[in-house]
Design a protein around this ligand. Structure first.
Ligand SMILES: C[C@@]1(CC(=O)O)C2=NC(=C\c3[nH]c(c(CCC(=O)O)c3CC(=O)O)Cc3[nH]c(c(CC(=O)O)c3CCC(=O)O)/C=C3\N/C(=C\2)[C@@H](CCC(=O)O)[C@]3(C)CC(=O)O)/[C@H]1CCC(=O)O
Ligand SMILES: NC(=O)c1ccc[n+]([C@@H]2O[C@H](COP(=O)([O-])OP(=O)(O)OC[C@H]3O[C@@H](n4cnc5c(N)ncnc54)[C@H](O)[C@@H]3O)[C@@H](O)[C@H]2O)c1
Length: 213
């Protein structure tokens, strides 16, 4: 399998189609909703949680098999049935329209794959094995989650806030870069990882030298 191009896609309000309603479709739909996509599912049968999501209007459900022409209105399509033939048909049609198409059960098909995602606030870490071993992507994601804990989210928030202040208060470019480098290379992240928040706050203040208070 060739090496994939990494990208993060803005899906807010975009119409996305998932063909299939099994456990794999459910995982993909949960991910799409987490990115605020507008999700339509086409499948004769669906898991009980997908049925609930359709009932309460979280997703739109067309309870029938896939038909030619179904992909046309969608920006992104996931072929998640257990049938290679149906998934291949979904891919062929989506590809004709130049759409983004993911196929869950045939590594030779599809033009994108879904990575394992570690999400903490504005931070997203995506892990791909280029289709070689998805279970490894999952394991690494779990390891990273356990290693960084909730501290990683505060770290990103603090550096982001510091970056805003530095941009407003430090006119000299080289000095701005140097300050940000000191922050990110400091013990700050390690202290937050270990839950030593008070010490982390003191270190932050020391490095920022009173800027922005
Ligand atoms: C990362 C993750 C994202 C997500 O789906 O959200 C994801 N698979 C996950 C889990 C997982 N998948 C499978 C198992 C069972 C163990 C096993 O068999 O290995 C488990 C583990 C579990 O479920 O616990 C089976 C499996 N997966 C694919 C095939 C077809 C094939 O390879 O032929 C088969 C065989 C099916 C069969 O037996 O027929 C294919 C794909 N799976 C991908 C993504 C893409 C490549 C990602 C990469 O490059 O690493 C790709 C190519 C297409 C795609 O789906 O985008 C998610 C972890 C999320 C998380 O927890 O963080
Ligand atoms: N990519 C991944 O992450 C991953 C992980 C595990 C398994 N898989 C593979 O993904 C596939 C799906 O797994 P699953 O457990 O969700 O399967 P499943 O059999 O539970 O669900 C299949 C779904 O497809 C629907 N369906 C069947 N024919 C259809 C048609 N013509 N049009 C529309 N919908 C149709 C069914 O109604 C059902 O909702 C399997 O081939 C499995 O091996 C992929």
């Amino acid at each position: 399998m060739s090496r994939m191009y990494g990208a993060f896609i803005q899906l807010t309000g975009r119409r996305c189609l998932v063909v299939g309603g099994g456990p794999v479709a459910e995982r993909k739909i949960t991910g799409l909703l987490d990115s605020e996509a507008e999700v339509t599912m086409i499948a004769p049968r669906a898991t009980s949680s997908l049925v609930k999501m359709a009932e309460n209007g979280t997703i739109r459900w067309e309870a029938r098999p896939f038909q030619a022409g179904d992909t046309a209105p969608f920006f992104l399509i996931i072929a998640a049935t257990a049938s290679r033939e149906v998934n291949a048909q979904v891919f062929a049609e989506g590809e004709t329209h130049g759409r983004l198409v993911n196929v869950v059960n045939d590594p030779k098909l599809g033009n994108f794959t879904v990575p394992a995602l570690l999400r903490r606030g504005s931070l997203t870490v995506g892990i791909s094995t280029s289709g070689a071993a998805p279970v490894v992507a999952k394991k690494l994601r779990e390891d990273l989650e356990a290693y960084w804990g909730p501290g990683i989210e505060l770290f990103v928030e603090w550096v982001s806030e510091a970056r805003r202040r530095i941009a407003a208060e430090v006119p000299e470019e080289a000095q701005r870069t140097e300050l940000l480098r000191r922050l990110t290379n400091s013990e700050l992240l390690q202290l937050l990882r270990e839950g030593r928040q008070l010490e982390a706050e003191q270190l932050l203040k020391r490095i920022m030298g009173g800027r922005g208070g």
